[in-house]
Design a protein around this ligand. Sequence first.
Ligand code: SF4
Length: 289
Amino acid sequence: MNYEGDIIRPPSEAFSIILQATVGCSHNRCTFCGAYRDRSFRLKEEETVEADLAFAAEYCRRQKTLFLADGNGLAMPQARLVSLLARIRERLPWVRRVSLYANARDILRRSVDELRQLKGLGMSRLYMGLETGHDPTLAAIAKGSDSREMIAAGQRVREAGIFLSVSVLLGIAGRRDSQAHARATAAVLNAMRPNQVAALTLMLLVNTPLADAWRQGNFEMPDRHDLLRELRSLLVDLDLERAQFQANHASNYFELDGRLSRDKIQMIALVDQALAGTVALKPEYRRAL
Ligand code: SF4
């Protein structure tokens, strides 16, 4: 397969065919994100994608899922994505799920019917980075959408019958707004009703504006206990049914994985144990993105 740069994919796509149809991120402005700062966004050349499809058709017959990299595959024009999904279906008929990263703007550019068209061609899962539902923080991190747009985008994906996985970022509002971030994020998730919520924990990357703000004293990183209290408040305020909640990313100090609302009380109890010091937290050197 032809890959440019580091390939980033959600943990649940670990066994997927990774087809890099786009390079970089068309937004590329989030102040905490260092993933694609060295690259300009572009659609991969058709002949390169064709060669990768031919390779996958020959060597990836045991992989039943496919992830379209890079950072926001839904930035592809609708016609191009329709054509690509049709070719994936034709060349790799055993693939039962195609998924990609999507931001609110690229979702809202599409009608429910256009999203349904993509779902009908196999795009049955979208990963959306909410990070926070706290509007001052969404503006501060240059996420490109406010909470109202995030909710509308999430609801549109659900209306189209597409599995929606939403990631949130513990710590992203800094210490002062930590609790406001937790409450606002829960409210946005409750309105979106995603199938899956993934809570990651902020790690400051040297090549990012947020790390610069931290060095200049303009951003205060919450400590581990602040982050656990943030996670607890988020869980307490979440009112979701049949949704998976995961805080088991390599960046987290503490691992949680359960179903909402079924496991909510047990998950809060585990966070309380961590706050009380009876559950070991991951040492700093073992955290990663
Ligand atoms: S967080 Fe996502 S949308 Fe923001 S710059 Fe990084 S890849 Fe792009």
